[in-house]
Design a protein. Structure first.
Length: 116
């Protein structure tokens, strides 16, 4: 059974940088979901709905929420079955739990806290 596991969250000052990772585990076939499906990062701040942050398609096309365009970059390493979210120029409003997603699959989330 394939699972998604995020890492890389933490506490950072405004203007700082974090890189989140999402690794797919399971059988060799299951792990291929990273390279063959749309992968996404979502986030959910306290008291708010979960929102889409970025997506990457199997062909490499990326899309971003307006609030993170120019600051966040989503990428994928198929050989490592890993999706990344590089977050630059972080703002306090980026504080949230960040989740990796593939279709109906969700990771457990990783907390990102940006202090002002």
């Amino acid at each position: 059974q394939v699972r998604l596991m995020e890492s890389g969250g933490g506490l950072v000052q405004a203007g700082g940088f974090l890189r989140l990772s999402c690794v797919a585990s399971g059988s060799i076939f299951d792990r291929r979901i990273i390279s063959t499906n749309v992968m996404a990062w979502y986030r959910q701040a306290p008291g708010k709905q979960r929102e889409l942050v970025a997506t990457i398609r199997s062909g490499g096309t990326t899309n971003y929420a307006e609030s993170v365009k120019g600051r966040f970059t989503i990428s994928r390493d198929n050989a490592k079955n890993t999706v990344y979210l590089q977050m630059y120029s972080l703002k306090p409003e980026d504080t949230a739990v960040y989740y990796c997603n593939c279709g109906s699959l969700w990771g457990q989330g990783t907390q990102v806290t940006v202090s002002s």
